[in-house]
Design a protein around this ligand. Structure first.
Ligand code: CP
Ligand code: NVA
Length: 308
């Protein structure tokens, strides 16, 4: 059977997303270790720092009976200019899968092109698909949603930078037919080609997608999701971003617009006092840390599906 990669949420169908989520819930409920991946290895390449993605993938692999292998990119010949082409071919002969966090999405695509084992995107400048599976899992959990239709009834608002997180959220909302409002300063709204891509799915899924720079669009939100204003790789824009994003902070004033039972999500790491205030983080830490935990369960489901 041909190998499959998970580089983007768009690599998954609505049916596959639902299957992955129900598997993740099953694994979370059971919490047993399995022996399925005995003798199998997952290579982990991280061009940028990571806590959750790195540790949850490694723990997931061990809990499924396999072994994670950390590839310190600086210690590989990639740091001396060996091509992705050659690296991917060679690594495929040792490993059963690769999880890569990279600066450039096209580099992960290049790895996937030449690798004969599955490649999983652990975050790029364009997408963070594994994060978003855990996020939808968390929404389902906190709203005790039992049917796929249930998820369509909650109003999801993402406020902040139009980045990898909001791109993957837009993708999953378009595929599953969710009600999603993206709020950002005009200059930082999602890229046009990604908005266009989402439009291809809407006629079938009936997703309700709104994109605006008006924070009042957070009215009646059931979920408010935010992320850092300056993602990894964009540090040179930090000063400008801090100024521009200030009105888009998730604080108690913004939450007054939302539904009284609104949950707050953050993929973490968070910068308290910037995109989210200390008090909002403290009040909503249940959902935010459950979201972080769900990375483990969602990724186990992904590994079982893609590394089989
Ligand atoms: N949310 C997330 O991907 O966290 P890390 O950067 O710690 O992996
Ligand atoms: N948007 C953030 C997510 C970190 C998990 C970044 O890319 O830095």
């Amino acid at each position: 059977m041909a190998k499959r990669d998970l580089l983007s949420i768009y690599d998954l169908s609505a049916k596959e997303i639902k299957t992955l989520l129900s598997k993740a819930f099953e694994l979370k409920k059971k919490r047993t270790t399995l022996d399925i991946f005995r003798g199998k290895t997952l290579g982990i390449i991280l061009e940028k720092p990571s806590t959750r993605t790195m540790v949850s993938f490694a723990a997931a692999m061990v809990q499924l009976g396999g072994t994670p292998i950390f590839l310190n990119i600086e210690k590989t010949q990639r740091s001396r200019g060996e091509s992705i082409h050659d690296t991917a071919i060679v690594l495929s002969r040792y490993l059963d899968g690769l999880m890569i966090r990279a600066f450039k999405h096209c580099d992960v695509e290049e790895f996937a092109k030449h690798s004969t084992v599955p490649v999983i995107n652990g975050l790029t400048d364009r997408e963070h698909p594994c994060q978003i599976l855990a996020d939808v899992m968390t929404m389902t959990e906190f709203y005790k949603i039992t049917t796929p239709e249930g998820l369509k009834k909650i109003k999801i608002v993402y406020i902040g930078d139009g980045n990898n997180i909001s791109n993957s959220l837009l993708a999953i909302a378009s595929i599953l037919g969710l009600d999603l409002t993206l709020i950002a300063p005009k200059e930082y709204l999602s890229r046009k080609e990604l908005l266009n891509k989402s439009l291809e799915y809407i006629p079938k899924s009936k997703a309700e997608i709104k994109v605006t720079d008006d924070i009042n669009a957070a009215e009646n939100a059931d979920v408010i999701y935010t992320d850092v204003w300056t993602s990894m790789g964009f540090e040179s824009e930090e000063k400008k971003r801090k100024k521009l994003f200030a009105p888009y902070q998730v604080n108690s004033e913004l939450l007054k617009k939302a539904s009284p039972k609104c949950i707050v999500l953050h993929c973490l790491p968070a910068i308290r006092g910037e995109e989210i205030t200390e008090d909002v983080m403290a009040k909503h830490e249940n959902s935010i840390f459950a979201q972080a935990e769900n990375r483990l369960h969602a990724q186990k489901a992904v590994l079982l599906q893609f590394l089989k």
